[in-house]
Ligand binder design. Structure first.
Ligand SMILES: Nc1ncnc2c1ncn2[C@@H]1O[C@H](COP(=O)(O)OP(=O)(O)OP(=O)(O)O)[C@@H](O)[C@H]1O
Length: 224
């Protein structure tokens, strides 16, 4: 579904990604583990087309999208929840969820169908739908960011350190949601970054470890 081939990228003239290759199968749950500064966020930004590559390719569904500008990648069905959630405080939870659908000008019926699927998967969002985003707790905000990524991410969803700062009970709820994602959205490939491997190991099919912009290991737990 999503593939990176020897992706290389620089930031401010310094190499940050040095030949990153990864593969996310449809419906797969893949972890990208690495310390702070290892290159996890940059890898996700490279997939979203948010920084220029020095080399390598990004493929979606077997087609190269390396040259596709960022604002068109979401249209290809890739949802992204950055580490800092970027919700619009004065807007309601529903408006925040619908924002990417509006930007992409999805047909109203399709938008309603996707919103319903997200509410079924994350019922707490239906309960919070009319609340202003500014009044949410950190954990609730993370759930909204996950739901928003799922509205556009019909093929792949990228979550950047979603467990960061979550209290244990909320982290457990979030992990349960990720565990149930495959049943609710069977075709969606999920890529989750994390600095603590223990949080994700029980959930994922494949774990990639990144260090200084290089993939050290790709350990497939159950997948071939
Ligand atoms: N705007 C920037 N200017 C200069 N260097 C940057 C910039 N953004 C990232 N870097 C460097 O790129 C490297 C990778 O950063 P990245 O944010 O991808 O790491 P990360 O694994 O996501 O870490 P974290 O968990 O801290 O977000 C780091 O060494 C960082 O210092």
């Amino acid at each position: 579904m999503l593939e990176l081939r020897a992706v290389a990228a620089d930031i401010a003239g310094a190499p940050v990604l040095r030949g990153v290759s990864m593969h996310l199968p449809p419906g797969g749950l893949v972890a990208l583990i690495g310390r702070n500064g290892a290159g996890k966020t940059t890898t996700l930004r490279a997939i979203m087309g948010l920084l220029p590559l020095r080399g390598g390719q990004v493929l979606l569904g077997g087609e190269e999208v390396t040259g596709v500008p960022a604002h068109h990648r979401a249209r290809l069905g890739v949802g992204y929840a950055p580490e800092e959630r970027r919700l619009f405080g004065p807007f309601s939870v529903r408006q925040n969820l619908l924002l990417p659908a509006e930007v992409l000008r999805l047909p109203a019926a399709e938008t309603a169908r996707r919103l319903e699927a997200v509410f079924t998967f994350l019922p707490e969002l239906a309960t919070l739908a009319d609340r202003r985003a500014a009044g949410l707790s950190g954990g609730q905000g993370k759930m909204v960011a996950l739901g928003r990524a799922l509205i556009v991410g019909t093929r792949a969803v990228l979550l950047d350190e979603p467990f960061q700062g979550l209290a244990p009970a909320l982290a457990q709820r979030y992990a349960d949601a990720l565990r149930g994602l495959h049943a609710a959205f069977p075709r969606v490939a999920l890529l989750v970054t994390e600095s603590n491997p223990q949080l994700l190991e029980p959930l994922v099919d494949t774990t990639y470890v990144i260090e200084r912009g290089e993939i050290l290991t790709a350990d497939a737990a159950t997948a071939a």
